[in-house]
Design a protein around this ligand. Structure first.
Ligand SMILES: [Fe+2]
Length: 272
């Protein structure tokens, strides 16, 4: 996710903000008032014609890292069209409308925006949309065509260390998903202080970033995630995610980055 960064009148619009928006965000307006400095004598004093820059470009809708039909038959193109193309897009557009009215939140990365808007458990109005934008980007990237299978090398060893076995981890993850009530998410996270992997459940838009955990895998348990493909059979959806969709490649890459912040000792997770 990319944001127009602007400080001291030096404004940079990340090209990927526009490139990642397909189709382009309707109503995305980019208006960078280039500061003009004009110095001249008027009435015996220097005249400064500095015009204040105005930022009106926000977040774009990021594409999933595969085509919309790439997860079939386990997650249909129709589900991706509705889930990504309507629900996820709706969160992006709603967030941008909110940010247009709140200058205080300009300049944050998406992770910072989520933490600031969570406001220590007293969420600002922007929190739900911001978190849902991040959650969905993370969710699409938590899956891949030909997913499922087993994690490898260091990630597998860390799972075996923290959950006794991969089978036990899988059972616990599925159990957590199926005991979540209402609109929820289930996550595999790395705990910074305890230096271990854990399974975390969250409700609505809340994600583990607000507690400073490092998400490794995220599964969307809102009904809109599975109803078109699995009706009310949440168990089938969750098992299908684990057996055919979850991207252990993405998880290994996230663990490798996480080890820059959390010293797990051996084994180091190799970068994919
Ligand atoms: Fe969703």
């Amino acid at each position: 996710m990319n944001l127009l960064s602007c400080s001291n009148n030096h404004c940079v619009l990340s090209s990927s903000l526009v490139a990642a928006t397909d189709p382009p965000l309707k109503n995305l307006k980019v208006s960078i008032g280039v500061p003009r400095f004009g110095f001249g004598h008027r009435n015996g004093s220097l005249r400064n014609n500095h015009r204040v820059s105005k930022i009106v470009a926000y977040y774009g809708l990021k594409n999933p890292p595969y085509k919309l039909d790439a997860l079939e038959p386990y997650m249909s193109k129709k589900t991706l069209e509705v889930h990504w193309g309507a629900h996820h897009r709706g969160y992006v557009e709603a967030l941008n409308k909110q940010l247009a009215k709140n200058d205080v939140l300009y300049g944050c990365t998406m992770e910072e925006l989520i933490k600031v808007a969570y406001n220590n458990g007293n969420p600002l109005p922007e929190f739900n949309n911001a978190a849902q934008v991040w959650n969905h980007d993370f969710f699409w990237e938590s899956m891949q065509p030909g997913g499922g299978e087993m994690p490898t090398l260091g990630l597998l060893q860390q799972i075996e260390k923290d959950f006794a076995s991969f089978t036990n981890f899988k059972d616990k993850f599925i159990e957590a998903a199926l005991t979540s009530f209402g609109s929820a998410w289930v996550w595999l996270v790395l705990k910074r202080e305890k230096k271990c992997l854990a399974i975390v459940k969250t409700s609505n838009a809340v994600n583990p970033l607000v507690w400073n955990d490092i998400p490794i895998i995220g599964l969307d348990l809102w009904e809109h995630a599975y109803y078109l493909d699995y009706k009310n059979d949440k168990a089938k959806y969750v098992n299908t995610f684990m057996n055919h969709l979850v991207s252990w490649n993405a998880a290994a890459a996230r663990m490798a980055r996480a080890q820059a912040f959390v010293n797990l000792g051996e084994p180091k997770i190799p970068v994919a």
